[in-house]
Design a protein around this ligand. Structure first.
Ligand code: F6P
Length: 532
């Protein structure tokens, strides 16, 4: 199959896909889930290419793998675990069995406990030593930070609870900066860690505990924990009433739908949080029911595979024309790169195609004034993914929103069309002549023929955010299933953690750096002489 796709690509690679994009193609290469659309007409994928991509997906057994995921089979084979973040948003679905036991009663009970606690924090029924909680500090890293931090930002128009802050980095500048703005007597600290062993999080949690102890008599009363390791939360001194547990079948980067989303729930309230879950659940149903040619997650994955594994474009820019989604690229970096940045397939054999792409991005229009130069005229092709809402939340400034939308559409059009040398010459013909006209014109040529997709939706509500995040989760799933990799482990983060633990006493000066490589030893020496 890969060979067929490569052969097809070789046939069409030099064509200008702009010539394909008429109204029929726009309709044919747009898919819809609820009121969200994915337009992938501005790519070089044609009906033959799409058919080959869908055949690739079918031959990889994606449907069976999808069903295995939703029904709680241990598809995370290297860790022997089910992958069931979908159960966390299965609000009115049927039972979900893991080892013969229905997990839904436990999921719904925890959700209710979270909702009760969030409501109490928001109303003042749960208070700190100094009265009503004014600030919530979520301490977590990776999946225990990026999801809720991204979503609290994304749903700022719905934020009517206490202020929420996120501390992740072990760099003391992070926690010091946040705590400086909080009153310990009215702050709730949430320690979010699936394992409750992550060194950054536990270090920051102890720092927060010491900070609070300077003013608060019973610090434990103002701490909550989100974890699968309830023995460890108890050892840390957090009362079981404020511990919200989950199971190991929820991966860290897929965990914002459950207890790890507590800070989001406190910010926007339980009803809005449930609307977020319903959006995710709606995308689950679409993913399970829609034909592949109409299936948003599958199409997004196949477009990605076309661009990365077939065309060889190693990176993908995610460009939300929705400032509320400014942390989406960071969130997707973990979701996509920790999931599909793997070099071996499930059975341990080397992959014979590249692994998932480098994902990066910034909100438009800011990116236009920073790195779009390279996207338009650089020598590498960077497939772009635009996200845009029809409406913002600032009705009185709708004209600004229209300008934002125009910019978004202009970018995908410019990437596709480009500007020819003749067009560039015409632009500067009044100013230059002769050889100088030619030289100046060449700098103004845009190669065009650069692909993009656009995801459009009416407005970024909690429901729509749930749709977007579940869309990306399932896209990662399909891509991983086609590549035959395990998208749900992350062994690649381990080596650095082990070496950091070994280096700590060396950096502190308690051990010699003599057995380290020359570069590391020299850096330790420089940093020690400079005061580390
Ligand atoms: O960096 C690896 C990782 O395990 C991520 O997968 C995870 O989201 C993050 O660390 C935090 O882990 P925990 O929630 O257990 O503290």
């Amino acid at each position: 199959m890969w060979n067929d796709l490569q052969a097809h690509h070789a046939k069409v690679a030099d064509r200008r896909f702009e010539t394909l994009v008429d109204a029929d193609r726009a309709a044919d290469f747009t898919a819809q889930a609820g009121d969200m659309v994915l337009d992938y007409a501005k790519t070089n994928i044609d009906t033959e290419g799409r058919a080959l991509l869908i055949e690739l997906l079918e031959k990889a057994g994606v449907a069976a793998k999808r069903d295995a995921m939703f029904t709680g089979q241990p598809i995370n084979e290297t860790e022997g675990r089910a992958v069931l973040h979908t159960a966390l948003r299965n609000l009115d679905g049927g039972p979900v069995l893991v080892d013969g036991a229905d997990v839904m009663p436990g999921v719904l009970e925890t959700l209710d406990r979270m909702a009760d606690f969030a409501a109490e924090v928001r109303s003042g029924g749960f208070a700190g030593q100094g009265g009503q909680i004014t600030d919530v500090v979520n301490i977590g890293i990776g999946g225990s930070d990026l999801g809720p931090a991204m979503a609290v930002k994304a749903l700022a128009p719905y934020h009517d609870g206490p202020r929420c802050h996120f501390v992740s980095n072990v760099d003391p500048a992070d926690i010091a900066g946040v705590l400086r703005g909080c009153d310990p007597e009215t702050t709730l600290v949430i320690v979010a860690s699936k394992t409750f062993t992550t060194i950054e999080t536990m270090t920051n949690a102890r720092t927060a505990q010491a900070w609070m102890a300077e003013k608060v008599v019973d610090t434990g009363a103002q701490f909550a924990a989100l974890s699968t390791a309830e023995d460890k939360t108890a050892a840390f001194g957090i009362d079981g009433a404020r511990v919200f547990g989950f199971e190991d079948w929820v991966g860290g980067r897929y965990s914002m739908w459950g207890p790890i989303g507590l800070s989001l729930m406190i910010a926007i309230g339980p009803d809005a949080f449930r609307a977020f879950l319903r959006g995710g659940q709606a995308m689950d149903r679409h993913f399970q029911a829609a034909d592949w040619a109409e299936n948003l997650p599958a199409l997004l994955a196949l477009v990605g595979i076309w661009h990365n594994q077939i065309c060889g474009h190693a990176t993908r820019a995610v460009l939300p024309y929705d400032n509320l989604l400014s942390r989406l690229p960071a969130y997707l970096q973990q979701l996509e790169m920790e999931s599909n940045g793997k070099g071996v397939s499930m059975d341990g054999a080397d992959l014979d195609v590249p692994s998932g792409p480098v994902v990066w991005g910034e909100p438009g229009t800011n990116g236009q004034h920073a790195f779009y130069q390279l996207i338009h005229q650089g020598t590498r092709v960077i497939p772009c993914e635009f996200l845009v809402a029809a409406r913002g939340h600032e009705d009185d400034l709708h004209h600004q929103h229209q300008l934002l939308v125009a910019n978004c559409l202009a970018q995908s059009e410019a990437l596709m069309r480009g500007r020819t040398l003749d067009e560039a010459r015409a632009k500067v013909a009044d100013t230059f002549s002769g050889a100088e006209l030619d030289r100046q014109a060449r700098h103004r040529v845009f190669p065009g023929n650069r692909p993009s997709v656009t995801i459009a939706y009416p407005q970024l509500t909690p429901f729509v955010l749930g749709q977007i995040i579940a869309l990306y989760e399932h896209r990662v799933f399909v891509e991983g299933a086609v590549l035959g990799i395990n998208s749900y482990d992350q062994w690649g983060v381990e080596l650095g953690k082990e070496l950091a633990t070994a280096l700590q006493p060396i950096v502190e000066g308690a051990q010699s750096a003599a057995n380290k490589d020359g570069s590391t030893a020299a850096l330790v020496d420089f940093l020690q002489r400079s005061g580390v």
